[in-house]
Ligand binder design. Sequence first.
Ligand SMILES: [Zn+2]
Length: 213
Amino acid sequence: MDARVDDALEKSGDASKNSGMPNQRPSRAEAENAVRTLIAWAGDDPSRAGLIDTPARVVRAYEEFFAGYGCDPQEELDRTFEEVAGYNDMVLLRDIDLESHCEHHMVAIIGKAHVAYMPTGRVVGISKIARVVDIFAKRLQTQETMTAQIGNTMQAALKPHGVAVLIEAKHHCMTTRGAHKPDVDTITSHFTGVFRDDPRIEQRFLSMIRGAY
Ligand SMILES: [Zn+2]
């Protein structure tokens, strides 16, 4: 492939990055065939008894792993509630389980997300925040991208005084291959508004996610 074609593909890939389904989605049969090819590439026989149903299972697993395509995270945050007796302090969801897949190796990223916001008189159902995390996690991701996407979506939809997102995760592409460093946690954070501008509020968030409050 020449460099220009490569470049153009890269750009079109960027434009559609994480935005939903690709233009031409292959059929289920094509996807299963691709799994057969990978099994053969690994050195096994895709037609042996133990592997015969594997392509169908892998494709069903992919439907779960990547269920976030075609879901609109903004929509989850559409309904807000004003009746909160004047509550105006931080709302924090700590230890949201995070299961994602890295876009470089398509293997698991497993960790926790902590998401907080400082409401402006209106709050959103807390399960919706966990749902936003899931929608972005169930796509091919980098941890950095996902952290920013969660923060920016919350900020745009709720227009709060600020949002804090912190993700700590293990990347299986670093534990079971490549660098083989199973104990490394990758930590990323994204702060907007008061979490970014007021060190006391940032500090409160960081202590609260550690369980010290
Ligand atoms: Zn990776």
